[in-house]
Every structure is written in C-alpha cells, then in structure tokens.
Design a protein around this ligand. Structure first.
Ligand code: GLU
Length: 450
C-alpha cells in the first residue's frame, strides 16, 4: 500500500521540488508495520488523506523598494492538516521557496506538532522573497504587502503562522502590525511576536534550547552521558543554531563549528557567540568570513573548498553533531566522516537536514540519531504556549516557560523511544517519532469522520 501511495504521489508531483517526496517516503516507510496491524487505516484511507494538503494557497505580493522600483513575489500558505488543532507552522522567506519545499515543511510540521502532544495542526508558508541586502524599510514594506493577502486565510483559531528561515521577531512584528490595521483584531494570530505585544518569553531561544534539552535527555537515557566537556559541531548561524550553541555552552560543551550559506568557521577554542552575533544579529547578514579575521586561531572554509559531496562542519572530530541550518546539509560522506571521528549522536535542529542514506548509515553504525520533528519541536511548542498566553491574556515568567519546555522535550524523547521499543525498532528514533506522531493524528482523523 505504501508503495502504491508513493507512486501516485510521484506522478502528481513531477513538477515540484523532491523534498516533499523525500519526507513522505521516510514517514510512510516507518508506518508499514502499524498500517498492516490496524485495518481501520486502510478503510478510512488515512495515508492517502494524510499526504494530501487540505489547501495550497498561492498569492501575489507586490511591493515597492527604496528606489521606487516595483517588485512581484509569490506568497504561499499550505494548510496541510488540522485534525489536532488550528493549522500551525512557520513562514519562510528565501529565494528557494516554492510549493514543493513548503509541502515538505508543512507535512513534517503535522508530525512534529503531533509529537508535542499539544492541540496544533500542520501548516507552512512563505515567499520566494530574498531578505538578503534589503533595508529595514524594504523588509517592512514587503511584510505589509504579504499580510495584505495572507490575513484573509488565517485566524487565532484557524491558522497561526510563525517564523522560520528569514522570518524572525522583526518580520513577525511588521506582519502583525499590518494584520491589526486591517482587521482591528488584537489576538494571537501569529506567534513569535515581540514581547511588547503578546510574544512569549523564551520563544526566540525555544527551538535551539529545546534541541539541547532533547539531546541531553537522549544521551543520559541511552548512554548515561552528559554534554559537559564534550566537543560539538553545529551548522548554521541563524536563530536555531545560535541558541543551540548558547545552550550547549551553558551545559559545558565546547562548540567548535558554525556556518552560513557561504562557508564554515572552525574555532578550536570554542565559537565566540558575541562575534557571530555582531556579524549576523539584528538582521545584519555579513559573511562569517569576518569571524576568522577577528578571532585568531579560527579557520574559515569557503563553500567552494568543502570536501567533495560534503559539508566542512562535519569533518572535524566531535562527540555530537547538530545540523541546524537547512534541509539536506549532511550527506552520506559527512556521516561516514562523523563515524570515523567517533561521533556518538546526531541531533537535528533544522528540518530534515540529514539525507536519507546518511541516516541509514548513522543508524547502522549505532550513532544515536534524532529527527528534527522530535528534537526541534521546542520552537513550535513555545509558540503554542504563546497562543495559550494570548488566549487567556496572561504573561508567563521566563522560569515557567523554560520549565515547561524542558518537561515537554523530555516527554517527546520518552514518547519516541518507548514507541520505537513497542514496535520492535529500539533506538530507531525516526520510526519511533513517525509512528507516535502518526497514531495521534490518525486517531483524530478517524474520530472526526471523512
Ligand atoms: N518554523 C518553526 C518550525 O519549523 C516554528 C513553527 C511555529 O512556531 O509555528 O517548527
């Protein structure tokens, strides 16, 4: 059955980016045993319904730059599944954005959101707008134009977008301002808002901190290990990567790498976050190359000089690796190098950063591997905490959010590892995550009827 569904999907998605098929095929292959064991899934066509988005919305975004030139971009919102709660998922502004990439991200989001145990469905959106090199006013004008179309499809109980690559608190602030001007509604229609008007404490840190809480729990339960004094490699230099590095350092780890789309920094004395923030913070998008000129002893490798078929960040010895930049950034070659160098765990901070054959190799060699839908779910979980605070007009303090986030990440780990054990694939956290997430969504879909 799984093969038939994949073949149909391939036929109907010939023109889209293949990350969607990659994500679906990973999930469906985990589900074979459970689907065979319960005839209701076939009777209610759960798999076919699950791989088909409820709605793919595309709209035109027209805006004027600082030189009075008119630009047109594509805007999207993919509302994939709302069986567990309002559609929920980020907005990505990046030139690579199209319906294929957003379908993959929205599909993953259904499972990630299910794993949190919270009442949120799966969605994703964004634009092929490139924020690189744009002035603050241009970003504002673009965000306002984007919301002039998007507002009609979203709502605090309908669909609650948040940030993703290229969309942080600044962009969410501009989007929210425009939503409020159009609708006069001061409600929690977006999460990741600035604290001043309804944002939750710790939302900016949540994804990265959650990744490290998950890693610490997994290492302690599986290997009776901690992160203290361990060398770690991280990729990325965006919100998720920076907060992953920050929490790893707080836990006593030595983080030796970070990267951007043009190159990788290796700093054997430990990444200096102040320098990275100066280069990348507050919408600044300077190249990481500047790090090497400022920090003696660090090495910059430009993308053109990466190892063949690989990424420089994964070619340094480390105890654990944290891919936190983007999809498909850790290849089989990289996985082989990590194994050779004694890495014991790969914990995904980005969405689907590890290629399928790399995952297979890591698992075969006994490296603990955690899929992003489990280990990076802290971000969307704190988004839901923000929705909760907005609905009750409350403000939670930092310690409360942090405590709830830590508990939630430990619960996700437990859910995933117990499910893996229950289905005879102990320590396979990919199967554990997919099965546990699927069961909750499938049950809801059956109960609400076709
Ligand atoms: N974009 C984030 C993710 O991949 C956050 C989504 C949200 O907070 O709604 O999970």
């Amino acid at each position: 059955m799984v093969e038939r569904i994949l073949a149909n999907l391939k036929q109907s998605n010939v023109n889209t980016d293949n990350t969607f098929l990659q994500a679906v095929s990973e999930v469906l292959s985990s589900l074979e045993p459970i689907v065979r064991s319960d005839p209701r899934y076939e009777r209610y066509a759960i798999l076919e319904r699950l791989v088909t988005p409820d709605r793919v919305i595309q709209f035109k975004v027209q805006w004027v730059d600082d030189q009075s030139r008119v630009h047109i971009n594509n805007g999207y919102r993919i509302q994939f599944n709302n069986s567990l709660g309002p559609y929920k998922g980020g907005l990505r502004f990046h030139p690579s954005v199209d319906t294929g990439i957003l379908k993959f991200l929205a599909f993953e989001q259904i499972f990630k959101n299910s794993l949190t145990g919270l009442p949120i469905g799966g969605a994703k959106g964004g634009s092929d707008f490139d924020p690189k090199g744009k002035s603050d006013f241009e970003i504002m004008k673009f965000c306002r134009a984007f919301m002039r179309e998007l507002y009609q499809y979203i709502g605090a109980r309908v669909d609650v977008p948040a940030g993703d690559i290229g969309v942080g608190a600044r962009e969410i602030g501009y989007l929210y301002g425009e939503y409020k001007r159009i609708t006069r509604n001061y409600d929690g229609v977006l999460s990741g808002k600035p604290y001043e008007f309804g944002g939750s404490l710790m939302r900016p840190q949540a994804t990265g901190y959650g990744v490290v809480y998950f890693a610490a729990e997994m290492l302690s339960q599986e290997l009776q290990e901690t992160l203290e004094g361990k060398t770690c490699c991280v990729s990325g230099a965006g919100n998720v990567a920076l907060h992953t590095i920050e929490k790893l350092q707080q836990m006593g780890a030595l983080v030796v790498t970070c990267s951007d789309s043009e190159g990788t920094i290796y700093d054997p004395r430990g990444i200096d976050l102040c320098v990275v923030r100066e280069l990348k913070g507050n919408g600044a998008r300077a190249s990481l190359e500047g790090y090497a000129t400022r920090v003696p002893g660090s090495v910059y490798t430009a993308k053109a000089d990466y190892p063949a078929g690989g990424h420089a960040a994964w070619h340094y010895p480390c105890f654990a690796a944290f891919p936190c930049a983007t999809q498909n950034e850790l290849s089989r070659t990289d996985a082989a190098k990590l194994i050779e160098n004694g890495c014991v765990a790969v914990v995904e901070g980005a969405n689907m950063p590890t290629e399928p054959d790399a995952i297979e190799l890591l698992q075969r060699e006994g490296v603990l591997f955690s899929p992003g839908k489990a280990s990076n779910a802290g971000g969307v979980a704190v988004s839901e905490f923000e929705m909760s605070q907005n609905a009750s007009m409350e403000k939670w303090d930092y310690d409360k959010v942090d405590r709830k986030l830590q508990e939630l990440m430990a619960q996700i780990y437990k859910r995933v590892s117990l499910t893996a054990k229950e289905y005879g694939c102990e320590r396979n956290f990919v199967d554990g995550a997919n099965i546990a997430a699927f069961k909750r969504v499938a049950e809801a879909m059956i109960l609400e009827g076709v």
